[in-house]
Ligand binder design. Structure first.
Ligand code: LLP
Length: 430
């Protein structure tokens, strides 16, 4: 039998919708979201879970996330607008980002988002000015830079001291920022946030950052009496891409964080703040696969065999950007022994456009459908039109059923935003 994903034949999907094709299992996404929801609601204090939209966002994803009782972490006007267009309950939207523009902040205030996560003191001033001018109240968290080095790729590590994200703790900027917010008429400080990094397999960095955060809470309380009602401890839980990855359970992260927050709060004699978590990758990565059609199989004797597929770094830039590893199989004969050592190449004009180095596959041949696994996170959302490749369609499956969720880009889409002199068309020399 050919390879089935969420009880759907991958050969049927490839034939019906074309390739490259993103396939996301709604069933698996809902399952992860409901686990998240349950994890934060069954604990004391009752927490709240957000889904980090940057991993994969569409209007339909917003509907699914809202249905499962999970909020949304957005980082740009575009993500915010998508949530708004979807009718997402704005009070459950947290607006992150290290350089929000005035227009983006105004939009967030106008939509009435639940929290704005303030990254720096300039942003705080801008927000005070905006809220003062239209007398709109807004609840904020301060993002701190805990100075914790998480052991992941440096491009996806965010908590270390030398970071563009958050308010550094090495000066009194945070004390001053909190005091400024307390004195402002409409900006209401609610708590703090950190995010230490992504694709993490231990809770060490989260726990170190939590300990540092509580030192900060004590420092601030002694400085101006502020005590947080809410702590947003970020996301970052690792997932499976290959058998080298050993993901931990959600409970492993959540148990430790809840226990630490409770213990540290008791030590400071403060009420335990509400805890927010906001994973992205953990919700969608393993719920997605990408289907490709094999084009050429080029054997360079004594060197290697390149299997070229009809997508590449345009639909999945992660191998080129982060040396990310993936697993794959040939959908036509998944049960054959995977004995042929190959390198999977994309179709872009870049030697670095390699999706998978050195993988054993089931004797791939031109015309086969290749399935790359665990592509649900940071693939669709990071896709580009390099080499003017149209971005793939996205299909949602649900236990044997499938439907188009985002249509494939057309060549016409590629030129649609260009402002051209109509007179010149048809009048070109050479
Ligand atoms: N919260 C904040 C403030 C974040 O910056 C991020 C990710 C998350 C939550 C969600 O992290 P997750 O649970 O998905 O690990 N493009 C990279 C990942 C960049 C992550 C940036 N921030 C990749 O493809 O690996």
């Amino acid at each position: 039998m050919d390879y089935q994903f969420d009880s759907c034949s991958c050969l049927t999907l490839a034939k019906r919708y074309g390739t490259p094709l993103y396939v996301i299992s709604e069933r698996m996404v809902r399952d992860r979201l409901s686990q998240l929801h349950a994890a934060v609601h069954k604990r004391t204090p009752k927490g709240f879970a957000l889904y980090a939209a940057k991993a994969l966002l569409t209007v339909e994803m917003c509907h699914i996330v809202a249905d499962e009782g999970v909020g949304l972490d957005v980082v740009s006007g575009g993500e915010l607008y998508t949530a708004y267009r979807a009718g997402f309950p704005m009070k459950h939207v947290y607006f992150h980002g290290n350089n929000k523009s005035k227009e983006e902040l105004e939009l967030a205030v106008q939509y009435g988002v639940g929290r704005i996560v303030v990254d720096n003191t300039d942003e705080l001033e801008l927000l005070c000015a905006i809220t003062d001018s239209n007398a709109a109240p807004v609840d904020i968290l301060f993002r701190i830079t805990p100075g914790v080095d998480s052991h992941t790729h440096e491009y996806i590590s965010t908590g270390q001291i030398d970071s563009k994200f958050g308010i550094p703790l090495v000066s009194d900027s945070l004390e001053r920022a909190v005091t400024r917010a307390i004195s402002s008429a409409h900006v209401n400080p609610v708590g703090f946030h950190f995010h230490v990094g992504s694709q993490l397999f231990t809770n060490e960095s989260h726990r170190k950052a939590t300990a540092i955060l509580f030192d900060v809470i004590q420092r601030i309380r002694d400085h101006n009496g502020f005590v947080p009602d809410e702590l947003d401890l970020g996301g970052g839980y690792g997932v499976w891409y290959t058998n080298d990855d050993a993901p931990q359970s959600l409970e492993y992260f959540v148990d430790a964080l809840w226990a630490d927050v409770d213990r540290y709060s008791k030590k400071l004699s403060i009420a335990t703040p509400r805890i927010i978590i906001e994973p992205g990758r953990w919700v969608v990565a393993e719920a997605g696969v990408t289907l490709y059609t094999v084009g050429s199989v080029k054997e360079i004797p004594g060197v290697r065999t390149y299997v070229a597929v009809d997508g590449g770094m345009t639909d999945n830039p992660r191998p080129a950007l982060y040396n990310a590893n993936y697993s794959a199989l040939i959908a036509d004969r998944p049960d054959d022994p995977a004995k042929t050592l190959v390198t999977v190449a994309g179709k872009c004009c870049e030697s670095g456009d390699i999706l998978i180095h050195d993988i054993h596959l089931q004797n791939p041949k031109p015309g086969d459908t290749m399935v790359v696994l665990s592509t649900g996170a940071y693939n669709f959302s990071m896709a580009s039109n390099y080499n003017r490749l149209p971005r793939p369609a996205l299909v949602m499956t649900n236990n044997g059923r499938h439907r188009l969720s985002v249509r494939r880009e057309t060549y016409e889409d590629l030129v649609a935003r260009e402002v051209v002199d109509a007179q010149r068309v048809g009048d070109l020399r050479c």
